[in-house]
Design a protein around this ligand. Structure first.
Ligand SMILES: NC(=O)c1ccc[n+]([C@@H]2O[C@H](COP(=O)([O-])OP(=O)(O)OC[C@H]3O[C@@H](n4cnc5c(N)ncnc54)[C@H](OP(=O)(O)O)[C@@H]3O)[C@@H](O)[C@H]2O)c1
Length: 267
């Protein structure tokens, strides 16, 4: 499917990857239903994209907390009322707290699991009847390299991204006799606000490359247009994801050697 044939529900449009993805989709003619939490940023983005939109291209934005079911329901009802046939859902909003597990609180665990795993499942379930009615439809979940490689300091984040990846794989198979194509993309470290200065410095010392949000948004856009089920971004991350699934002890031993440095930045 090409962007000018898409009506996209995109979460996390105020953030690094989501904001650029919204811009790239809008520039290629997609209608957009955006959400984020920052009302001012969203309003400015909507105004800017609307000013450049072509006739019939809808650009809509709503500030809300995705973990509040009532707010999400009201948003989805308002989208339904536009009668725009939604054929793409991109579950991009996410949070990450880099910290050793015993320093996380219950609320950190609940927030990461809720926003990164449960919210995308609920949104997919809510939109699925509509997606199934379209001639072609796509759901793209933004996971992470850490959804395929468990990494110290990211235990709960990894769990939340493994969850959305497992959900995506099972749903891909469950919907294989429909016109809805599910995809899960695994970006590697990216220079956005989700990573603190401490994480950026640790990545530098670990020789972990960080992509620009522009690069990742472009890769996500290409992935949305495809029918692929899964894609890991970056080299050597693509290889490490495969190696970790076959030889987890090998990758685990290599990561454990870096534990003292990781602990230094997590505390
Ligand atoms: N950056 C990386 O290194 C990296 C690597 C792999 C995967 N990812 C994944 O890529 C996706 C985008 O991340 P990013 O790097 O662009 O991070 P980001 O800049 O922090 O953006 C996150 C977005 O999620 C929104 N959000 C957070 N909590 C929300 C809530 N309760 N309700 C509604 N929206 C909420 C934020 O809205 P506000 O800004 O308005 O709060 C923001 O728009 C995430 O799923 C992340 O896990 C990122």
């Amino acid at each position: 499917m090409q962007p000018d044939q898409m009506s996209v529900v995109l979460t996390g449009a105020c953030g690094g990857i989501g904001n650029l993805l919204a811009r790239q989709l809008a520039a290629r003619g997609a209608s957009l239903f955006l959400c984020g939490r920052d009302e001012t940023v969203l309003a400015a983005l909507q105004q800017e994209l609307q000013a450049k939109a072509s006739a019939g291209q809808v650009i809509d934005a709503r500030a809300l907390d995705l973990t509040d079911d009532a707010q999400v329901d009201a948003w989805l009802v308002s989208i339904e009322q536009t009668r725009q046939p939604i054929n793409v859902l991109v579950n991009n909003a996410g949070i990450c707290k880099f910290e050793m597990f015993d320093r996380l609180g219950d609320s950190d665990i609940e927030q990461m699991m809720s926003l990164n795993s449960i919210v995308p499942m609920k949104l997919t379930r809510r939109l699925l009847p509509q997606l199934k009615r379209q001639p072609a439809a796509r759901v793209v979940n933004i996971a992470s390299t850490f959804g395929a490689i468990g990494f110290p300091g990211y235990s709960v984040y990894s769990a939340s991204k493994y969850a959305i990846r497992g959900f995506s794989q099972a749903l891909t198979r469950e919907l294989s006799d429909t016109r809805v194509r599910i995809g899960c993309i695994l970006p590697r470290a990216t220079r956005t606000a989700i990573n603190s200065e401490r994480v950026v410095e640790m990545n530098r010392r670990l020789n972990v490359a960080m992509d620009s949000p522009e690069q990742v948004a472009a890769a996500v856009l290409k992935f949305i247009c495809s029918e692929r089920a899964e894609l890991a971004l970056g080299w050597p991350e693509k290889l490490l994801v495969r190696l970790n699934s076959v030889f987890p002890t090998l990758i685990g031993n290599a990561i454990s050697k870096k534990l003292p440095l990781i602990k230094q930045y997590a505390s």
